[in-house]
Design a protein around this ligand. Structure first.
Ligand SMILES: [Zn+2]
Length: 267
């Protein structure tokens, strides 16, 4: 590296050399793809590398020779053909919708925008229609004068559409109600399909929301209900995930008095 720098100063009229440009990112990216194509396997064989290389080249050829064929379109059509009703029995939980769960729940705006922005953002990639995308994300990188959010975003995060915010509110309100009532919580986790139950319950409560119209169908043929249902399930996942993580952390704390590694590092 030093020799390259010396050589550059001697033979070219340069004032400085950006050493950061000498890196192996592209090479690492390629090897990353090899591993990914070999079933996310970390230790791959030479055969697998050769096979992956063939796959990558084939993908590139397909991309250039057939512009009308788009994988996204294919995925889109599979999304629209999915069943939009879930055959799961939520009758035991419907009473929650009769309570004042929405009014009693207090939403943290910054957290809401952060979660609603990152969840639907991953879903947005699966949708090719721009009008449908607008249903998920309003804009990108706008400062909102919410300290926590502005600190996190540094002008690069997505701002969710208002409807997504309402969905989040419904989801959190219902989940908080369940957590606050031990019997309901036990009832939910006694069922194997608790994620589907929670999601279906939230979609059910959206039906009564005046701000969200589930009946509209986009010009591209995608019913809005489908987009909102998918978003609901993403939010559901995040909520359940956080809940289990918190529970796990509590269990760990109770089990051992020893500080965990991360804690000792930060203290
Ligand atoms: Zn559309």
């Amino acid at each position: 590296m030093i020799k390259i720098v010396d050589y550059s100063f001697e033979h070219f009229p340069v004032e400085y050399v950006l050493c950061g440009k000498f890196q192996t990112d592209n090479l690492e990216k390629r090897f990353g793809r090899y591993r990914y194509l070999s079933g996310c396997n970390y230790h791959i064989s030479i055969n697998e590398i050769l096979e992956s290389e063939k796959k990558i080249r084939l993908q590139n050829v397909l991309k250039t020779c057939n512009t009308e064929f788009d994988l996204k379109e294919l995925r889109n059509s599979s999304l629209t053909s999915e069943q939009d009703t879930f055959s799961v029995d939520i009758s035991d939980f419907l009473f929650i919708l009769e309570t004042d769960y929405l009014i009693s729940y207090d939403v943290d705006e910054a957290v809401k925008i952060y979660i609603c922005g990152c969840g639907p953002f991953s879903h947005k990639k699966k949708i090719s229609c721009t009008k449908c995308q607008e249903k998920l994300i309003k804009s990108k990188g706008v400062m909102l004068e919410l300290d926590y959010f502005d600190y996190l975003q540094r002008a690069g995060l997505c701002i969710p559409a208002d409807e997504i915010g309402y969905i989040y509110h419904h989801a959190c309100a219902i989940f908080t109600y369940i957590i606050d009532h031990e019997n309901t919580l036990k009832m939910l986790f006694a069922r194997l399909d608790h994620k589907t139950i929670l999601g279906t319950l939230i979609v059910e409560s959206l039906e009564s929301d005046v701000f969200i119209d589930l009946k509209i169908i986009c010009e591209c043929g995608m019913p809005h209900k489908k987009i909102y249902t998918a978003t609901t399930f993403i939010i559901c996942n995040i909520l359940l995930n956080n809940f289990t993580k918190n529970k796990n952390n509590l269990c760990h704390k109770e089990k051992s008095d020893k500080k965990r590694k991360l804690l000792t590092l930060t203290s």
